[in-house]
Design a protein around this ligand. Structure first.
Ligand code: ADP
Ligand code: MG
Length: 692
């Protein structure tokens, strides 16, 4: 026997019954090695370990029954079918077959004993099974039923359950080759050893609690989830450690520019802003690159925090860059930073993908020569032709989706003369704590958990589309009373072009209905100069009403705007609704938000609208969003590679995360030799540390 040669990395070809053809099909399932097979866990289980009395069946039970055939008949009820009546003394059940052969029918004679496996349905009070698996005249011996709960594996064409079970059985004969990587003191309470957990999950005993297994809450599953989360945590800690090995410019100015900036501001920083500013200031004084994520709900005042970080770099003699995800937000930052910094004798450059070649050339030159201390722009800031003379800080605004790979790339790119730039990432999308602890382990976190004083909560109402006329009237009244309003047109999943067109139509309609008001329009397909002009006019109060697409979703700040209408609100995700609503309630005036929806609402649509009406707390909203949509949606596609778990579920298993965090620290400090094997086991080469 070749048995004792089997290792975790043995190709499946080594197993009995696997030839090149089957091996190829197994590869398609992602199964290449014996280890892959051992970690190929059942999706669910069937209980074929006992025979249920027919009289005890409940709707939806997937069970084995056994009884005597009373009658078999072929009938026509809309379509031809075979009905088989089976009784066992406790009750009787009807088996229904829509496809059957003559031979099959003849095998099902009255008086014969039959054993069936299938899902029971209770129809009009009596049990039925449609197309059960069955055997006529099974040995009456009850020992013939299965010894274990039957696993149902993820399968594919040509690799069915039987094949998978047979191969897993062979692999399980060698399950002890799965090394235990966790030191015993990290395994608490009822956590089994890894090999035992795997064995249990592939072959659960009859008394296993199916309910727990179904929910993924069985200790064996939790043991695997724990180790998987741990491996992810370790991989991020490793990225973080490698980041800390880079050098950065220590920024040690006297703080003169910051003082002048703060003196000129018409308000004082909130305590939360001050705390976060202090954390950043301290980071920037170090000789390693800062990697910090600032979370602050919409309107919490992140921009001034970013500005202060820039001033620290500038006063220390370096350059800073501020990047925003949309043109509109980048333009707003450019306006703000210019107004703040130019009176101090500083030069602010502007870079956008849409600017004219001549302007871009001029801006590039300012940046390359170090004449511009600050550059503001979109992603275009990091295109190859833009070279900074002495870049020491990058501020990335409203970009929690800026993934770990992008952060690493930015570090490489901005690196000059052996120094990586400091990175400050700011987001208004609160990331639920458990998620942040899992996805952003490579970043330090700061939270601005306070809004500037005097803000009043935004009142939110939801109205069906047939109340649109009332809404228009409400807008008219508000505008005539000197307030400013947004009207947001959304078309989810349609093209950008259609969305802009819808906004144009709405704009024309509203301007016609409200001839005494100035109605503006802004959308993504307009020219840069046009958008700029419209936003400036709105900000200056020259426009009463601004019709917009979701381009105004993030960052736009017009404190005098107090009313927002969102069309098709039922189609937007919660985080997006929260961001949009954050455009109002930024000043001291009382603000409202009207969610217009198309009835009838889906269940999740109703839940989202309810959440919007009930809370304005971004963290609460993010938690609900996480439950409704899962982490991939919140973190963005780029992050999901990091968040694809085989066993763990970030929501279900969030209670494990604190212990995972502690275990990770402990392993790094006391068992560093376990780090790479754990990462290798669970993540493999999905995470490339060096080449990104
Ligand atoms: P966000 O965190 O959403 O990016 P902004 O930086 O745009 O918020 O700030 C929102 C508004 O609050 C701006 O008009 C800004 O000038 C104002 N603001 C910021 N900090 C304070 C403060 N401490 N007191 C009063 N207003 C503030
Ligand atoms: Mg902002």
């Amino acid at each position: 026997m070749a048995g004792d040669e089997i290792t975790l990395s043995s190709p499946l070809l080594m197993l009995k019954g696997v030839g090149p053809g089957l091996q190829e099909k197994l590869n398609k399932l992602g199964l290449k090695t014996v280890a892959d097979l051992l970690f190929h866990l059942p999706l669910r289980y069937q209980d074929r370990t006992r025979i249920y009395p027919i009289g005890t069946l409940q709707d939806g039970m997937e069970v084995v029954i056994q009884g005597e055939i009373e009658r078999t008949e072929v009938v026509f009820r809309r379509r031809r079918m075979m009905l088989v009546r089976v009784a066992d003394g406790s009750g009787s059940i009807l088996l229904r077959f829509f496809h059957f052969s003559e031979k099959q029918r003849q095998g099902l004679r009255a008086g014969a004993l039959i054993r069936c496996f299938g899902e029971a349905r209770i129809i009009a009070g009596s049990p039925e099974m449609v197309h059960p698996e069955y055997r006529v005249n099974p040995t009456a011996d009850g020992a013939e039923v299965e010894e274990y709960l039957t696993p149902v594996y993820p399968a594919t064409d040509g690799v069915g359950q039987t094949t998978l079970r047979r191969l897993v059985d062979q692999a399980l004969n060698h399950v002890e080759i799965v090394a235990e990587l966790l030191p015993p003191e990290l395994l608490t309470g009822n956590q089994p050893a890894l090999a035992d957990a795997l064995l249990y999950l592939h072959r659960p005993p009859p008394e296993a609690q199916l309910e727990l297994l179904r929910e993924g809450m069985h200790p064996a599953q939790q043991r695997l989830a724990f180790e998987e989360l741990l491996a992810h945590q370790l991989s991020l800690l490793k990225i973080r450690a490698s980041a800390k090995q880079h050098r950065a410019h220590a920024l040690l100015p006297k703080g003169e520019l910051a003082r002048r900036f703060l003196d000129a501001l018409p308000f004082d920083l909130t305590a939360a802003q001050q705390r976060v500013v202090g954390e950043i200031e301290n980071d920037l004084r170090q000789g390693q690159p800062m990697m910090r994520l600032v979370q602050g709900d919409v309107g919490s005042g992140k921009t001034v925090v970013g500005a202060l970080a820039c001033l620290q770099a500038v006063e220390a003699g370096f350059q800073a860059a501020v990047m925003a995800p949309t043109e509109i937000l980048a333009e707003q930052h450019y306006r703000n930073f210019s107004q703040w910094f130019e009176p101090m004798g500083l030069t602010v450059a502007w870079i956008s993908g849409k600017q004219k070649a001549a302007q871009r050339r001029e801006m590039r030159a300012l940046i390359a020569a170090g004449q511009a201390q600050l550059a503001v722009g979109t992603h275009a800031l990091f295109q190859d032709d833009i070279e900074f003379q002495r870049l020491a800080l990058v501020v990335v605004d409203e970009q929690h989706r800026f993934g770990v790979h992008q952060r690493m790339a930015l570090r490489e790119k901005g690196a000059s003369a052996g120094s990586a730039p400091h990175q400050l990432i700011m987001t208004a999308t609160p990331i639920p704590r458990t998620l942040a602890q899992t996805a952003y382990t490579d970043l330090d976190l700061s939270i601005i958990d306070e809004l500037p004083p005097g803000r009043k909560p935004v009142t939110t109402v939801a109205l069906p589309n047939d109340r649109r006329a009332d809404v228009v009237e409400r807008v008219a009244n508000a505008c005539r009373a000197g307030q400013q309003c947004y009207w947001v047109c959304t078309l989810v999943e349609e093209s950008d072009a259609l969305q802009c067109e819808a906004a144009e139509v709405t704009h024309a309609g509203l301007q016609e209905a409200l001839p005494d008001l100035n109605v503006g329009l802004v959308h993504g397909r307009m020219k840069h100069a046009e958008k700029e002009q419209v936003m400036t006019a709105f900000k200056a109060g020259e426009l009463h009403l601004l019709v917009a697409t979701t381009v105004i979703e993030v960052g736009v700040d017009v404190p005098n705007a107090t009313l927002m209408i969102i069309e098709n609100a039922e189609r937007l995700g919660l985080s997006q609704l929260h961001q949009l609503r954050g455009r109002v309630g930024r000043g001291s005036g009382k603000s409202s938000c009207v969610l217009l929806y198309q009835a009838p609402l889906s269940q999740s649509g109703r839940r989202r609208i309810k959440a919007m009406r009930e809370t304005s707390d971004g963290f609460a909203i993010a938690q609900i969003d996480l439950e409704l949509r899962g982490p991939g949606e919140i973190l963005g596609v780029r992050q999901t590679g990091l968040m694809q778990f085989r066993v763990a579920d970030i929501i279900r298993d969030s209670s494990l995360i604190p212990a995972v965090g502690n275990a990770a620290q402990r392993i790094v400090s006391q068992y560093p030799e376990k780090v790479d094997p754990l990462i290798q086991r669970w993540i493999g080469d999905r995470l490339q540390y060096r080449e990104v």
